[in-house]
Design a protein around this ligand. Sequence first.
Ligand code: ADP
Ligand code: ASP
Ligand code: MG
Length: 439
Amino acid sequence: MKVLKFGGTSVGSVENMQNVKNIINDGEKKVVVLSAMSGTTNHLVAIAQNIADKKTDEALDSINNLHETYFQTVDKLLFNETLNKDVKAYVSDVFNFLIACTYKEFSKVLENSILAQGELLSTYMFNSYLKQEGVKSALLPALNFMRINAENEPDMESIKAGFKAVLNEAEPSDIYITQGFICLDVNDDISNLQRGGSDYTATIIGAAIKAEEVQIWTDIDGMHNNDPRYVDNTKPISNLSFEEAAELAYFGAKILHPQTVTPVRDDNIPVRLKNTMKPEAYGTLINSDHSEVGVKAMAAKDNITAIKIKSARMLNAHGFLKKVFEVFEQYQTSIDMITTSEVAVSLTIDNDANLENIIAELEKIAHIEVDKNQSIICLVGHCIVNHPETHKLFQILQDVKIRMISYGGSNNNISLLVDTKDKINTLQKLNDYLFELVV
Ligand code: ADP
Ligand code: ASP
Ligand code: MG
């Protein structure tokens, strides 16, 4: 069985939902994971923030506006009167729940329950639309099987058993529709797999059922060799290894949730990226093939903090780095990049929740400098470190100030740290040097 995930844009309009119907209606048995309609989760985040800020009137205004937009979509999508009425009743229940939330004390659990409504709405609407179109489908409630453990990792054993049970209870069908993103936590409270998490839902289900393939359908024809939001002339990459895809996703390629390939990599379940609006385009196939070498793609990750730790005592002193790393371990903060010289070590973190404590500890052993608003630019490809063309990347040094370079940590990744204000320029120049100009 295959697992097909459709993102926000793919279910974001009546036209696109028609495309989705045509893609999935091929007589093959499949699981279909849907995101919320595009924009909805952002609206829900804003509503939750209004409730947290006690801006009840603003929250109620947003809720009423979104309710109205959903009614308009239902009217466009569902001409069958019974289904139209039934879905409007469901939509109204959701919006009444949101209104009730504005009178409640704000909490993380309340916020997560609010955020979950987008996927509940899109799946209910789409399932009804398939009914209207005579396509047999069944809804599998994600909250009955998708679960994370105390470390916020998917609880695979419980998910496997839960999915099997939910599938057995469902009406036999070729198309099983479920919600991406949402799950239960160890306390049985509603939680989620973080923003963009529907990709992760798809590969978690893929691993749980040992799927033949997981497909991520979105609004672009696969993983491009650079970030199309910032750079001109980017091109789709037809094949990526699991390792390459994982690095690009972790280092900011928004097309994939950072953890997407983790669940399927060990079982070698291929992940295919496809464009809902252009199904004939090849897209990107992610599998264990490593045959192509050289720089394939780059991505950038923002909100990075660089910490420089300088100490005259570091010279010839063993045990200094151990002390430094222990501080980060104590505050459960992972390090992304690291470079050293005789008197200093520079490193980066992407989670500065404990920054003040970390600095206070480090200041006991060294002089500390902190730079915020940095971006990591990550170049990815098999054996790029030894590839003859890779040297072209160093032409970037004549154009942009590079704060750190990590070269050789692995054969497949080179990372540069730049000020975020230089990010777009760096990405464009690297694109020119590595993919466009013949030097
Ligand atoms: P969905 O809602 O379908 O999950 P996303 O917005 O999460 O879609 O991801 C698709 C978007 O990712 C694209 O529209 C594109 O702007 C962005 N993106 C960023 N980097 C890349 C890349 N390297 N290749 C393709 N798309 C990328
Ligand atoms: N709807 C969620 C979000 O916007 C999950 C997803 O789209 O993958 O983050
Ligand atoms: Mg996404």
